[in-house]
Design a binder for this molecule. Structure first.
Ligand code: BES
Ligand code: ZN
Length: 618
């Protein structure tokens, strides 16, 4: 009798324990991430209180990261990611009892595991740290590298796995946390984060931030500089250096309309405000969807609002990416494919079908070119990628964006837009603030949309899209009437040799189409005719510049050379730099030229850009 009484609670406890550890295994499986040392089956972060100082003299970010954690397995350690961080002390709890920690071996790209000894009941881990002056996420600009030329500037770029170079964190997109931050900066500068933001400077240079929604670490972001704010409407606005602000706000005047259009399609915007920070030109990407505050390149300021679909893209990430996140970087297409689709839906709503169709066609042609270049059997052309042992940054290509887009469109075409929209809305709602693997998405798709319909499944052919290389044979039809009329003008010009047949005002997309559809043996005379007619060399439109300059290098069109040098020195956007440098190194004299420019330009680039270009020029 006695024995039995003892046994029952013991058995009960055992049953609970096994269930619990099954749950944990389930969670761990979901979060399995080859690009993070964190082991969520042990202990996992839930909230961050960050207290840091930004020092422009030493180029250091230092302070304390206090992590609220959960430790359901009651284990005795928690693992963080770190890369080039100096950890001075780690304490536990509000009482800050000092504990021990180890830093593991240094691994390329990944950095080091930071393993902290904890107790079963530990709910807070305080890490005192500083980063290193060459932290890969951070770019420090001297006043000369800003528009105002008066104050220094700094910004971070955390995606994909660079957050760990400025904050010790569990740096996996499958792990989410809320955060509060206190950031001390020089008094004359403003600090902004991926959070609720100040709209003006204060007297003491100490700013506090709050991000009440759980986000993954790659969305941690900070910028410090001489920045001002201009409202677009009551929930959207623009930050930029004062010298850029008026132009930036003019260019982005449609942000409010875009947000409303997006909500009409996939439901309420869940993040409060939506603002854009237009950075100095060294920003290595077009845009980065930091929650509540997209970071953007100033190269979208063309003066005629023709490049603002990039903002539609970053805004779209507020659903696809920030609300429903790829669980790891091998599922990156879930973020970018859906976002490219949603971007074009927003563009269609705000700017019309013609515009969306032109962008779609240019995108698809870019994809075809890329697949040709990579080879149709190349495993990196699969949507479900495998970047184990490599930097996930290598996966940033049109495969995720445009093959992902084409796959989503294939589903839309098969079921019809109305059904597909309802499905997607349900998907975003049911997975809000969660991370998702490719397989989870496909299972949800089957359960809620395809529902065993064999004809539909065959029509879409998921396997060939997701798990096979190259481009499936059922790629959706793309076409643009605007481009068709341009085609006929181009061929008239080719036949007659008379450039005046082409003499009409070209929209940005038409110019891009023209530049990418010139015959392979276009002559210098034809290029000069085009240049005289359309002023491509002197264009202030960065997309046109990048396309024209790449062609100019290929065809050795000398009148563009000095503008090319200026462009490569001033602009740090990798997507523009790479094709130009790649074209240059194809000839030996081009390579000498490239190296000469690069020697001058490299100090202006962010590590994301110069690491890629170093490879091209080595
Ligand atoms: N999230 C990406 C940028 C990114 C991807 C940074 C992977 C680091 C790793 C952002 O949303 C993006 O896609 N930007 C594009 C713009 C777009 C319109 C295609 C860019 O920067 O060119
Ligand atoms: Zn994106």
């Amino acid at each position: 009798m006695n024995k039995l009484l003892i046994l029952i609670p013991a058995l009960f406890a055992f049953a609970c324990q096994t269930k619990n550890s099954d749950d944990l295994k389930e969670a761990a499986k979901k979060y399995e991430d080859v690009h993070s040392f964190a082991d969520p089956s042990k202990a996992i972060v839930k909230h961050l209180d960050l207290d840091i100082k930004v020092d422009f003299d030493t180029k250091l970010i230092s302070g304390k990261a206090s992590w609220t954690i959960e430790n359901p397995a009651k284990g005795d350690e928690i693992i963080f990611d770190s890369r080039n961080l100096k950890i001075s002390k780690v304490t536990l709890g509000e009482e800050e009892k000092e504990t021990t920690f180890t830093l593991g071996d240094v691994t390329e790209f990944l950095g080091q595991a930071l393993t902290v000894k904890i107790e079963a009941a530990t709910s807070k881990v305080n890490i005192y740290y500083s980063n290193s002056a060459d932290a890969a996420a951070v770019q420090w600009l001297n006043p000369q590298q800003t528009a105002g030329k008066k104050y220094p500037f700094m910004f971070t770029q955390s995606q994909a796995i660079l957050a760990r170079t400025w904050i010790p964190c569990q740096d996996s997109p499958g792990i989410r946390f809320t955060y509060n931050a206190k950031v001390s900066v020089p008094k004359e500068l403003l600090a902004l984060m991926s959070a609720e933001n100040p709209q003006e400077k204060n007297a003491d240079g100490v700013y506090t931030f709050k991000q009440p929604n759980a986000i993954p670490s790659y969305l941690m972001a900070l910028a410090v500089g001489d920045m001002s704010f201009k409202a677009v409407d009551n929930r959207t606005g623009v930050y930029a250096e004062p010298a850029t602000l008026v132009k930036a706000a003019y260019e982005l005047a449609d942000m409010g309309k875009m947000t409303t259009a997006a909500e009409k399609i996939y439901g309420p915007y869940k993040w409060g405000r939506y603002d854009v920070l237009v950075l100095p030109p060294s920003f290595p990407f077009g845009g980065m969807e930091n929650p509540m505050l997209t970071f953007a390149t100033p190269t979208i300021i063309a003066g005629d609002r023709s490049l603002v679909s990039l903002i539609a893209h970053e805004l779209a990430h507020s659903w696809s990416g920030n609300l429903v996140t790829n669980a790891n970087w091998n599922d990156f297409w879930l973020n970018e494919g859906f976002t490219t689709y949603f971007e074009r839906r927003i563009v269609e709503d705000v700017y019309g079908k013609d515009e969306a169709k032109m962008q779609e066609l240019l995108g698809y042609q870019g994809l075809q070119d890329l697949v040709k270049e990579m080879g149709a059997t190349n495993a990196d052309t699969k949507l479900k990628a495998n970047y184990e042992g490599r930097d996930p940054d290598e996966g940033v290509s049109d495969i995720a964006y445009e093959k992902g887009y084409s796959f989503i469109r294939t589903i839309e075409d098969a079921v019809g837009r109305e059904k597909f929209d309802a499905f997607l809305r349900g998907y975003f709602d049911s997975h809000a603030f969660n991370s998702v693997t490719t397989e989870e998405f496909l299972a949800y798709l089957e359960k809620n949309l395809l529902k065993g319909d064999k004809a539909l499944q065959d029509k879409i052919n998921i396997n060939s899209w997701v798990y096979q290389p190259g481009l499936p044979t059922n790629s959706p039809a793309v076409g643009s009437d605007r481009f068709k009329s341009l085609d006929s003008l181009i061929s008239q010009w080719q036949k007659s040799g008379d450039i005046s047949v082409l003499n009409k005002k070209l929209a940005t997309n038409e110019a891009l189409y023209l530049i990418s559809h010139l015959p392979a043996d276009v002559t210098i005379k034809q290029m000069a005719d085009l240049d005289r007619t359309f002023k491509f060399t002197a264009s202030g439109n960065s997309e046109i510049q990048a396309a024209w300059y790449t062609l100019s290098v290929r065809m050795k069109y000398k009148p563009a050379y000095s503008n090319i040098e200026t462009f490569l020195t001033e602009v740090g956007r990798r997507k523009f730099l790479m094709p130009i440098y790649k074209e240059m190194v194809k000839t030996s004299e081009g390579k000498v030229w490239a190296k000469k420019i690069y020697a001058k330009a490299r100090p202006n680039y962010h590590s994301v850009a110069y690491n890629s270009i170093d490879e091209v020029l080595k």
